[in-house]
Design a protein around this ligand. Structure first.
Ligand SMILES: [Zn+2]
Length: 256
């Protein structure tokens, strides 16, 4: 007897759920091969798997830091990014780096669309309603690939003081000259297939730099290098962008 369309869907769903359970089990057991050091919590030992598909050497089992949090911490220390006069706005605040920043600055605020994570401001990064020229730092890690990035970058530029800096991180395919966007891809399933996560709306190529500059920023970057990659379990070549609002930047104008 032929299976009905409903039965076929049900069967496919069961297979999918079973596969997800196997991946979850694997992720729990899997770990890196070499011991690493965590610059955030000083743990030394094996990191554990994280991500979809899982990266074996990604997560510190003590403080839950991922590669990008450790990269952030290393460079924040090295370049002494924060001081006790600074005001900081942290989008989609990551608890792995929050205490480090909060302890070093005058004013630490967080923002998110979801009230669970927002803590200070429950706002949309595309239009926050927060005041002009009021932050020395904005931290925006793995947010831009979810939103209208031109609006979000303009908004960050507006909120930063002249000379203020935004730390930006996003998934990038450096081998691509151009960012992949596709307006026909709108469902969570299709976004997962095309962009690697159900709520991502693009996959950046190396032209992400042009997008940041187009919002009026000067741009520099730091990249995970050896021996830090081996020592701290970083992602080879992962980049943090430092987008500076030029000191002479004109104040934001309504509607621009
Ligand atoms: Zn740690």
């Amino acid at each position: 007897m032929m299976a009905t369309v409903d039965q076929t869907h049900q069967f496919a769903e069961q297979i999918e759920k079973a596969a997800q359970r196997q991946v979850a089990k694997f992720r729990k057991l899997a770990r890196g091969v070499h011991p690493r050091s965590c610059p955030i919590c000083t743990y030394v030992g094996h990191f554990t798997a994280f991500g979809q598909p899982p990266r074996l050497d990604a997560r510190c089992p003590k403080c839950n830091s991922l590669e990008r949090h450790r990269l952030f911490r290393l460079y924040a220390d090295k370049h002494q990014w924060f001081d006790d006069a600074h005001a900081v706005l942290h989008f989609a605040p990551e608890t792995q780096i929050t205490p480090y920043i909060e302890a070093r600055v005058d004013r630490y605020e967080t923002a998110d669309l979801s009230d669970r994570r927002a803590m200070t401001h429950q706002v949309n990064i595309e239009d926050t309603g927060l005041p002009d020229s009021s932050y020395d730092w904005i931290i925006c890690s793995h947010v831009l690939e979810h939103v209208d990035d031109a609006k979000a970058l303009a908004e960050m530029h507006r909120m930063l003081r002249p000379g203020g800096r935004a730390i930006l991180a996003m998934p990038i395919v450096e081998g691509w000259a151009r960012t992949y966007e596709n307006p026909e891809i709108t469902t969570p399933d299709a976004r997962m297939v095309h962009f690697g996560q159900a709520d991502h709306v693009r996959m950046y190529g190396r032209d992400v730099r042009k997008r940041v500059r187009a919002a009026g920023f000067d741009l520099s970057e730091v990249t995970a290098q050896e021996p830090d990659v081996l020592t701290y379990g970083l992602m080879r070549g992962e980049t943090l962008f430092i987008a500076t609002k030029p000191a002479g930047a004109a104040p934001a104008q309504e509607g621009t």
